[in-house]
Structures are given as structure tokens and as C-alpha cells.
Design a protein around this ligand. Structure first.
Ligand SMILES: Nc1ncnc2c1ncn2[C@@H]1O[C@@H]2COP(=O)(O)O[C@H]2[C@H]1O
Length: 249
């Protein structure tokens, strides 16, 4: 399995020029559609067939409307967008509503059928090209899922936006051994009240989440640094890496 983190900023990039959350699995699957999606060329965008969304927040869906309009002429239509019912409802009512962007999912046949919405529920697995993609619920300010991806003996887990706590610990322990765990760290410890209010991690919360696991992952990728806090967070995480194999993306 080839994993490319196209974007992972927790906001409008700042110094992290990659953009906001978008992860590419092999050539044709994306997790989230933040502005990092813009790293793909048009030809690469045309190869994308499946998009798995974690939640409805803008930094995870910002590029979805324009990405879909770029799909005219692609040989692989429609693109299937998987998300929880809450996320799909918010997208349909607030984005693909005929005002902000066309109601793309209403066209179901012919060359203009660009988009198919598909519900996914926590606990559900989808098999695609020998890959098992399983959604699991995490604790955030809106209904959110993380994804466990197993392929060719590798287990990659993206927990999306989440705060540390019982729910995250239970879900991760249930997933067994994880090769690459991608966890967020949005705010510094000084902003713990903001992290708690917005249901995000700080370095301290991230460490407590790791400490609560029955098995440590082989490596830890840290993501979703908020641009205003990115410099301070990088310094803190570099001085005290939460795991022996830590990569701050
Ligand atoms: N009162 C608030 N509640 C929730 N989010 C807020 C609030 N104030 C600012 N935010 C920001 O809005 C962002 C929405 O996306 P995130 O959850 O990634 O992170 C959130 C915070 O950075």
C-alpha cells in the first residue's frame, strides 16, 4: 500500500504548504478532501475513484466541490464519496445545494454523473482492491470517524480529528497491532481549555492517549497542527517525541 499525505495542516496551511487534510492510498483512494488535494495533477485527480470522509469540517472537505467538477472527462465516473449520514446530510444541505455548488449527486447516469454518495457507519468495513478500510467512531465536536486500513500486511490507522479519552483508547486497542498510527496534535498544552472545548489534542493529551494503549504502534505520524501554533508544537514535539519513531508531518 502506498500512502501519500498530500496535506495535513489543521487550517489554511500557514508554513505547512501542503494544505489541509487529504491522504492518498495507492492511486485512486483518498481519505478526506482538504486543500492538500490540490497537490494532485489533473491526470492524478482523474484516477481517484473513492473518497472516504472523516467528518464535515471545512479543512477536511474544502477541495471536494472543485475536485468533483474537475472530473468531467474522467474514465472512472462516478466518484464514490463515503461518509457518515451526518456528514452526507451537511454536504447535501449546505454545499451541494444548488447555491454554493451544483447538486452533483442528483445526476446518476451519463457523462455528467460525477458523484455518488455512500453511507458508511462506525464498525463497517469496505473492501477495495485487496484493501480493507474500516471506519471507527472517535470523539470530536461533530460526528467523526477514523479509518483503519489493512493492505499487504501493513496496518495504517488515521484517527482524524479527536480528543484523547476512553473512546479513542478502546477503539485503538480493538484494532490490534498498528504499523503506522496517524494522530492529530492541534494545540499546545497552554491551550488545553481550547483543545478540550474543540475536541482536539495537545502534546500532553497525545502522550496520555499513547500511554493508554495495550500495544504501541511501530511508528507515529503527527498531523493537524494548527498554523498559529505550528512552530511551537514542532519545537515541543521535537524536544520530547511521544514515541521512539515519531514523524511530525
Ligand atoms: N468555539 C469554538 N468551537 C469550535 N471550534 C472553534 C471555536 N473557536 C475556534 N474554533 C476553531 O474552528 C475550527 C473548526 O475545525 P477544527 O475542529 O479543526 O478546529 C476548530 C478550531 O480551530
Amino acid at each position: 500500500m502506498n500512502i501519500q499525505v498530500l496535506g495535513c495542516s489543521g487550517g489554511l496551511s500557514g508554513d505547512n504548504k501542503g494544505g489541509s487534510t487529504c491522504i492518498q492510498l495507492n492511486h485512486n483512494i483518498l481519505i478526506d478532501a482538504g486543500t492538500g488535494l490540490n497537490q494532485l495533477s489533473l491526470a492524478q485527480m482523474h484516477r481517484v475513484r473513492h473518497v472516504f470522509l472523516t467528518h464535515s469540517h471545512m479543512d477536511h472537505i474544502a477541495a471536494l466541490p472543485t475536485f468533483l467538477s474537475n472530473q468531467y472527462g474522467s474514465e472512472h465516473l462516478p466518484v464514490t464519496v463515503y461518509a457518515q449520514p451526518h456528514t452526507l446530510e451537511k454536504l447535501q444541505n449546505n454545499i451541494f445545494n444548488g447555491d454554493i455548488w451544483p447538486e452533483l449527486s442528483s445526476v446518476t447516469e451519463g457523462p455528467e454523473a460525477l458523484l455518488k454518495f455512500e453511507e458508511i457507519h462506525p464498525g463497517q468495513s469496505i473492501e477495495l482492491q485487496g484493501m480493507e478500510i474500516k471506519a471507527f467512531a472517535v470523539e470530536h465536536s461533530v460526528p467523526t470517524v477514523g479509518y483503519s486500513v489493512k493492505s499487504q500486511g501493513r496496518h495504517f490507522v488515521f484517527t482524524a480529528d479527536t480528543i484523547a479519552g476512553k473512546q479513542l483508547t478502546e477503539q485503538l486497542n480493538r484494532l490490534g497491532h498498528i504499523d503506522t498510527l496517524m494522530l492529530e496534535c492541534s494545540f499546545p498544552d497552554e491551550l488545553l481549555p481550547v483543545a478540550e472545548k474543540t475536541k482536539h489534542m495537545t502534546p500532553g493529551l497525545l502522550q496520555s492517549a499513547l500511554n493508554s494503549l495495550e500495544q504501541q504502534p511501530t511508528e507515529l505520524w503527527i498531523t493537524h497542527l494548527k498554523p498559529s501554533n505550528e512552530k511551537a508544537l514542532r519545537e515541543t514535539l521535537q524536544a520530547n517525541p511521544p514515541h521512539k519513531n515519531t514523524v511530525v508531518l
